[in-house]
Design a binder for this molecule. Sequence first.
Ligand code: FE2
Length: 376
Amino acid sequence: MSTIIASEVTPSTDLDFLPLQGTDYVEFYVGNAKQAAFFYKTAFGFQSLAYAGPETGVMDKVSYVIRQNKLTFVLTTPLRTNNAIADHIYKHGDGVKVLALMVNDATDAWNQTTLRGGKNYLEPTVLKDDNGEVVLSGIHTYGDTVHLFVERKNYNGVFMPGFRKWESEYNPVSTGLLYVDHCVGNVGWNQMNPWVKFYEDVMGFRNILSFDDKDISTEYSALMSKVMSNGNGYVKFPINEPAEGKKKSQVEEFLDFYNGEGVQHVAIATANIVETVTELHKRGIDFLKVPDSYYESVLDRVGHIDEDLAPLRELGILIDRDEEGYLLQIFSKPMEDRPTLFFEIIQRKGAKSFGKGNFKALFEALEREQDARGNL
Ligand code: FE2
């Protein structure tokens, strides 16, 4: 389609020049999408939604789309070597390639962001089939990760053109996962502030919270983090960088094994964390464990909570409070053999923060894992 070149675009005077309706999907580049889809369906309770591959006219890759409530994952694998997807997997292992954001106007999103210095990944492109059209555009962010802007207001097919409905007789029950709460990026030494500036300048995000190495340091390793949020708060991207500690930071371990910057974790909301985590645990998902002593003093720190402490303690669910309420959260072990991407499960009960009160206990748990891998 025709695109407006940057010099012809006047920056919008709206406060929010990049209105986002939320996360559209998260796309993972993986070595074996068929098995990854089976894993996510089985362990996390996703349902089959759509498929693209040679049978739908896509000759070089296969993608499986799975969904649970408002959470959509796309799992993509290349069919041959010597292409960008195969190179991505060779370099990074399995990981997140695309954080796709829902917009009303993907052409304007591309114009507004590239005008402000965003690096083009995909010029506005219209995909059509009998069910209407989807407009996609995209820009690069940290590492090899990209943001796609997805405009689907004129589309009523199952996912997007190029995909067909994926009917499956294997439909494991949901584990109660609802939507993406936030996605965290790990960036290199001294790269946090440049990426904060990118999200401010190029995407109109605001820095809503900052953690320095005094907040997030344990005896050995440290990191710094700033949380970036879009105007309506639907999209939140914390950015971490390593900090100097006595030994190797967990962010540094990620950067080593991911071979560069990338998505460290995707936090997924649930309305009942005890039920969700009980189910995930039953289905084989391993979580980080904090010492039992955490639960001896936690209520002194966070005050009254609605839940019984016993199941939280048994499952290893962490609790934190801010001015607006409290939250319950837990972190999985990495989803790959490389110590890279993991998931957070989070239930917010008013709190809009990220669990700062849990950092110390959590990072000590992470360090025990790092130590077991010989990477501390
Ligand atoms: Fe998180």
